[in-house]
Design a protein around this ligand. Structure first.
Ligand code: ZN
Ligand code: ZN
Length: 288
């Protein structure tokens, strides 16, 4: 369900909607819309803050065809400035990046971190090291055939090992779409808690925040990231939460947040986190 408002006076009578901290820009070559259109959509959705977190540059360049280049960073900063100018005090606009966790990426992430006054960095895993396949972008639809032919247990094991290492690195404020590995609906047999438990321990020890990413509802797996059981275990372990749409177009900002609030509350969450230059504060999760 999407929340929409006809006027500011109506908005005052409706519960606040948490911040949406995961959105993209056309610089990544697979998103659309203008900075102004994203801000207008965020205002319509009623989110408390709006964060921009496009796919970070990755060396060596060209690394792939779905991210900005390092030389495009100034254009990215200009996009964030245009969003802030258009919001004009009506909505806090936060500056972030969605960085890829790759073997040996630490010096590069540290360099990126120093390039701007970021409010937060998101760490995500879109590439997996694999003993058979090498490093591959497992969530790219071009690999659907490969997924069908591989040992899913091995791929899941590699994914969660990498996720725990990413958490432990301490490089990121937020960890993105925790169980993205399920995107195409390939699940190992048996109880998935054997994958969840060690990684939840690692994330809890790291102090990182995780996101409840609503984009998964629109993918073949048809589930939010992470699954409700993962979220329940994460809440019990004291891991903080943000909600995110992972919008690649303006009309996706704040998408399915009413449903996400229900899922988060059912898992035990009563608040989400706001970021300002890596500093956190809590925001009450509305009832719905
Ligand atoms: Zn993307
Ligand atoms: Zn992502």
């Amino acid at each position: 369900m999407r929340l929409s408002f006809n006027s500011d006076s109506q908005r005052k009578h409706l519960p606040p909607v948490p911040a949406d901290y995961h959105s993209h820009t056309p610089l990544c070559r697979h998103a659309e819309g203008t900075a102004q259109a994203y801000v207008d959509a965020a205002l319509r959705a009623g989110v408390s803050e709006f964060g921009i977190s496009d796919h970070a540059p990755q060396i060596p360049e060209p690394f792939d065809d779905w991210r900005m280049l390092e030389r495009e960073l100034p254009e990215y900063f200009a996009w964030i400035e245009r969003a802030r100018a258009h919001a004009d005090g009506r909505l806090a606009i936060r500056a972030g990046l969605e960085c890829d966790w790759l073997p040996g990426c630490e010096p590069w992430i540290n360099q990126l971190s120093a390039r701007h006054e970021w409010d937060y960095l998101i760490g995500s895993i879109h590439y997996l090291p694999d003993e058979v396949l090498g490093i591959w972008d497992f969530d790219n639809p071009k690999w659907l055939g490969r997924w069908a032919a591989q040992d899913v247990e091995r791929l899941w094991t590699n994914y969660w090992n990498a996720y725990a290492a990413m958490a432990t690195s301490g490089l990121f404020d937020i960890l993105g779409h925790p169980d993205l590995v399920k995107k195409f609906g390939f699940f190992p047999t048996g109880d998935l808690e054997r994958f969840y438990e060690p990684v939840i321990d690692a994330v809890a020890a790291s102090g990182c925040v995780i996101e409840l990413n609503t984009a998964g509802w629109h993918k073949p797996c048809a589930q939010c990231y992470p699954a409700p059981r993962f979220l329940q275990l994460a809440c019990s372990a004291g891991i903080p939460l943000v909600l995110s749409s992972d919008a690649h177009a303006p009309d996706q900002v704040g998408r399915d947040f009413a449903q996400a609030i229900s899922v988060a509350r059912a898992a035990g969450y009563r608040e989400t986190v706001l970021f300002d230059k890596h500093q956190r504060r809590a925001e009450k999760l509305p009832e719905n």
